[in-house]
Write a protein that binds this ligand. Sequence first.
Ligand code: ADP
Length: 465
Amino acid sequence: MRFPSTTSEIRLKPPVQSMRPEASYKQASGPGTLQQSQPNVSDLTMEEAHSGPKHESHARHQQVSASHHQKQIEQEKRLQERLRHIRYRLVVLSGKGGVGKSTVAVNLAVALTLAGWKVGLLDADIHGPSIPTMLGLEGSTGHVEGGELHPVESHGLRVLSLGFLLRSQHDAVIWRGPLKAGILRQFLSDVAWGDLDFLVVDSPPGTGDEPLSICQLLGKVDGAIIVTTPQKIAGIDVRKCVTFCRQLGVPVLGVIENMSGFVCSHCGKVTPIFQTGGGLRIATDMNIPFLGSIPIDPKIVEACDNGEVFIIKDAASPTAKTIREIIDKIVARVAGTHQAGSQSPANVKEASMMRIAIPLAQGQLSPHFGHCENFALVDVDAESKSIVKRENIEAPPHQPGLLPPWLSERNVDIIIAGGMGRRALGLFAEHGIQVVIGAKRGTPEDIVKNYLEGNLELGQNVCDH
Ligand code: ADP
């Protein structure tokens, strides 16, 4: 598949060397384009959009569909494996663009590295990838080694942005939803993030499909930081962001009111040129923490435009101090009293051990997750792809919202189910449990074995309500 646009071709820079075939990037026939060599979710959708599956013979369609499922499963496994090495996943959200979301994401990520944490920064703002400019990385490309795209190292961070793949920063990305979801998925599954304490994701603005994809792909999101501006109208967007997070079960770490007053570059006095305090009011109304206000400081624009990090460049300024205080609050909320480097993500859990839960009815996977008779708890060693232990436990009486904490208390890492509603998916994400949906009837052993081998056949979410 190529990465096309609907109205014009997006020309992507080739990474240094092609990725392994299943990892999707290879030099395409056209100059400077990247091509995906294997179909994934977005490929099929695009193919169907152009030619339609009716034009394929039944056998061919089945073949494509089987290989498509296989690719999906393999990518899902890679995604889960990457995520297991990321300790805290943070998303920076805003109701609309231009409010300083990327500025906050960059300064937050750099402050975390300065505090000694291992940090990745993912610029998921596909339509306005500004992080390469803010970090002085224009012209950088992803480096490909061992079949994986490696993030660009800068300021102690591992950084990835679509901006590294675009031929020119002036190119506009005009992709349909499935393509965007596909690239976001690959940014997580096919990129060598390594062990990270924090992955900071600069989300696309708004509460549409792309932020939704990001949160779902991340599985467990440890917290969202919502950036807004002081104007009253911005309050509506913040409310939408908070509702979005609540629906997905993403904890809101707090609201930052950016561009709150103007710092005079001569005397340092802050003048409230717009009404201020909107962020605090909304935070109080919506019962979420208020993290602080950052004034409009011309030095921030200057630093961003010059590819410098404001909290380093103007470390001694009152605005940098304010930003650091905000970041301290974020870290305290996420990481509590943990010290940087005290526990690397790889040590959080015995790396290759996982507990998988499967809802059962009469010894086989039950399509009715919330009403199953019991659960199979299967302990596996993902490295040797073997089942270490298996037990059945009786499901608790049906009660909305009970299963996520109940399974979490039983140390479940992954659920393999036939289907699940969106609210339940959000609740499991909140409890750090990954959910694989669309599994078909079968015994727990067969399902787990196929899952570990990458052969688990997945269909539709049978209960997506
Ligand atoms: P978003 O990610 O929300 O689209 P950006 O972080 O890209 O917004 O910021 C948009 C512009 O505003 C950038 O030029 C940035 O330097 C500038 N900016 C952000 N916050 C401030 C601030 N507090 N003071 C001055 N300029 C700011």
